[in-house]
Ligand binder design. Sequence first.
Ligand SMILES: [Zn+2]
Length: 76
Amino acid sequence: MTVSSFKKMFTQLKAKPVILQRYLKFNKPKARKFGKGIKQCLRCGNTRGFIEKYGLNLCRKCFRDIATNIGFKKYS
Ligand SMILES: [Zn+2]
């Protein structure tokens, strides 16, 4: 029962509620107040290259994808 994200197991364990409770007890990530993990991209969930300026809350890759759609213009 090894997966990349702990939430992926929910689909398998939906039919087994008791095992799901035990899974959540021991495998849920620790709730954090500060650090890298609390800032996540709203679009893809990435924690790296995070842009908080102007209230964007996106990673740099998603910002490049949608910058022209939300009104940013490249001058160079
Ligand atoms: Zn992103």
